[in-house]
Ligand binder design. Structure first.
Ligand SMILES: [Zn+2]
Ligand SMILES: [Zn+2]
Length: 370
């Protein structure tokens, strides 16, 4: 009898996930079958669920599909020829792994330049219809089919699933993004938004040697968490209510020089002109939060020209950033309470409840245990 695996299938905006079963695939040469042990719900999954991010119309996603991209698991089956992870470490059945949920083509101008995070295939690849082989191309399921050449990194035993499940999205992207805007030792950074991305960015900026980290949010427990993760100053939006007040506060906190780097982890277009207004001479702005198309913002371009400021957009990350993320966690796991970012776990069957709870803001990041 064919072995079957369960999946929470996404049927479209406004529809509940449905649990269905599909044949467990045999890996082709170079591929790996992974038994997922934990998946997490990312802000972008919520955007899809709410209908703010329509991948069906945007990139032609075929439904039904398994969505979700943040996950970790164990090697269940190794395809022929696979003996190591992407860093050259020996890999065997039962090993815990994290992996990129996208697979750059390796045959386009961006990949050729060594900028495979910008590969056009990244957007098209992640989720496919669940019907054809290999079925399991998303996180909310029992299995995940890792394509040949898809980046995979072994997880050391001293890191928990709670720590590593969101690593292939939030943490890796933050590490890559802060490198892209060239955050340097001794610089000042403003972090807009203390959700999963912002909290990770706070800890990474600290580790990179930022001199002052200023975190902006309006929710008390997020601000508290930011402090635990290394924020030197917080700006509470309940106290500093307008963009002008917040900009003035950043100026005060930077001896009226402005920040060297500011970064959007909010996902609201208005955060961009506000963040740019907080930059000093030569400042760099990192845009990560706004992933949903069709929501423009207004900016006086002279704000960039004056002082040679720049905006750098980042989606996805390099294969190296995934390894750096795991190494960073190993190095700092006793310093920061990474497992506190995750609030609650749900079995796969309760995925609809998990999305509702996170949508209402009852939990900051929920985990799905298939
Ligand atoms: Zn994500
Ligand atoms: Zn490419």
């Amino acid at each position: 009898m064919t072995e079957m695996g369960r999946a929470a299938v996404y049927l479209g905006v406004g529809q509940p996930f449905e649990i269905r079963e599909y044949p467990v695939p045999e890996p082709e040469p170079g591929a790996i079958l992974i038994k997922i042990t934990m998946a997490t719900i990312c802000g972008s999954d919520l955007h899809m669920w709410r209908g703010e991010l329509d991948l069906v119309n945007h990139v032609g996603l075929q439904l039904p599909a398994i969505i979700g991209h943040e996950m970790t698991g164990k090697v269940a089956k190794l395809g022929e020829g696979v003996t190591t992870d992407s860093a050259g470490q020996p890999l065997a059945i039962g090993d815990r792994v994290v992996y990129r949920y996208f697979n750059p083509c390796g045959r386009c101008p961006a990949c050729l330049r060594g900028e495979d995070a910008a590969c056009g295939m990244n957007l098209l690849f992640p989720f496919k219809s669940v019907e054809p082989f290999p079925h399991f191309t998303g996180a909310y399921a029992e299995y995940y089919y890792l394509q040949p050449n898809q980046t995979v990194i072994k997880v050391p035993d001293d890191l928990t699933d709670e720590m590593v499940a969101p690593v292939n999205c939030a943490l890796s992207e933050v590490i890559y993004g802060l490198d892209k805007v060239n955050l340097r030792f001794g610089e000042t950074i403003v972090i807009q938004g203390a959700g999963g991305l912002g909290i990770n960015a706070t800890a990474v900026a600290k580790d990179m040697g930022a001199n002052k980290i200023i975190v902006i949010d309006g929710i008390d427990n997020r601000l508290e968490l930011a402090k635990t993760f290394g924020a030197d100053e917080i700006i509470d939006m309940k106290e500093y209510k307008t963009p002008e007040e917040r900009m003035m506060r950043v100026l005060e906190l930077t001896e009226f020089k402005g920040a060297d780097v500011a970064a959007d982890f909010v996902g609201i277009p208005a955060a961009i002109p506000e963040g740019v207004s907080m930059l000093g001479q030569g400042g760099r702005y990192l845009e990560i939060g706004n992933i949903s198309p069709g929501r423009p913002f207004e900016l006086d371009p002279s704000a960039l020209v004056s002082g040679n400021k720049s905006i750098h957009g980042v989606l996805y990350y390099s294969d190296e950033a995934l390894k750096q993320a795991i190494d960073f966690l190993s190095r700092t796991k006793d310093k920061y309470p990474f497992d506190k970012i995750l609030a609650k776990s749900y079995p796969l069957e309760q995925i609809n409840e998990a999305f509702e709870a996170q949508d209402k803001g009852l939990v900051s990041r929920s985990a799905i245990i298939p």
